[in-house]
Design a protein around this ligand. Sequence first.
Ligand SMILES: Nc1ncnc2c1ncn2[C@@H]1O[C@H](COP(=O)(O)OP(=O)(O)O)[C@@H](O)[C@H]1O
Ligand SMILES: [Mg+2]
Length: 317
Amino acid sequence: MIRVAVIGGGQSCEHEVSLASAASVAAALDRTSYDVVRLTIDPHGTWLDSGNRPIGLAGAAHVLRSCEVVLPVVHGPRGEDGTLAALCELAGLPYVGSGVGAGAIAMDKWVTKLVAEAVGLATAPGVVLTAATAPTYAWSHPVVVKPVAAGSSHGVTLVDRPELLDQALDAALALDHRVLVEDVMTGREVDIAVLARPDGSRLVSPALEIVAEGLFDHDTKYGGHADFRVPASLTDAEAKGIEDAAVAVFDALGCRGVARVDFFLTAAGPVLNEVNTMPGFTAESQVPKMYAAGGLSYPDLLDLLVRDALAAPAPCG
Ligand SMILES: Nc1ncnc2c1ncn2[C@@H]1O[C@H](COP(=O)(O)OP(=O)(O)O)[C@@H](O)[C@H]1O
Ligand SMILES: [Mg+2]
């Protein structure tokens, strides 16, 4: 029996999404192999035990120390951004997923673009604004405004008329002190997952296409209207272009565990949108669906991630 801690919740706007991911992960871990211990971080940052009783960080550390491995399923800032990886590193516990550096960089959509461009990937041209510089921005063409670090489409707005700009900037600045203003990419939205094995090999999933009207916004993501096509219908050249680009940015960021790499497939080729180092992880989420399409079931995917984390305890950095 492997005692595994599954952490969910968190203080970001993706709290509810993480609760769903963590509940689904905990339910799917095979009980003949795993003794599952649940920990939840409430929206105020209070740690709760498996009975949802407040135990504080010290209590959580005590529980974590009784476990052999940690599966942090917290999306967004103060979770996916390296903070939970840091806690596990300091506690000396193996954990599933990216380390501190990769988590922090991938959480930052601006820095991710810089890294991606440095290894030859295309990204949407854009600028970073703050509350101080936002008033100087002169709208000249349709753009997407979004927080540098958020998720689940919170604070993301398509601004196709100048009068929508101020409200869009305010919505994004309410979630982050930096916002990205990007050119609108036209093309299919195609996502793919990359999983790092301890021997250095990469297990790349079949790609998935999201078919949505307009932006893949929060309501479409979680209102049950998202239309996933998996495997995505791609030519061999398109599939290879996306696979190679996904592995290149995964490796450049130094990701571990599994990450979902999201692209716009434009007429000019794949354009990287973002990298999620702790993507949605319910049985119906994209990453489990993508691997399932490749023949790796949801429980087997979780088993692989946990066993790999145990086989290759995370190095620092
Ligand atoms: N530059 C862009 N051009 C066109 N659509 C975009 C652009 N940026 C974001 N979107 C749309 O908004 C959605 C959410 O934006 P994204 O950057 O993925 O934020 P989140 O981290 O919240 O998922 C994307 O799935 C896509 O549909
Ligand atoms: Mg996204």
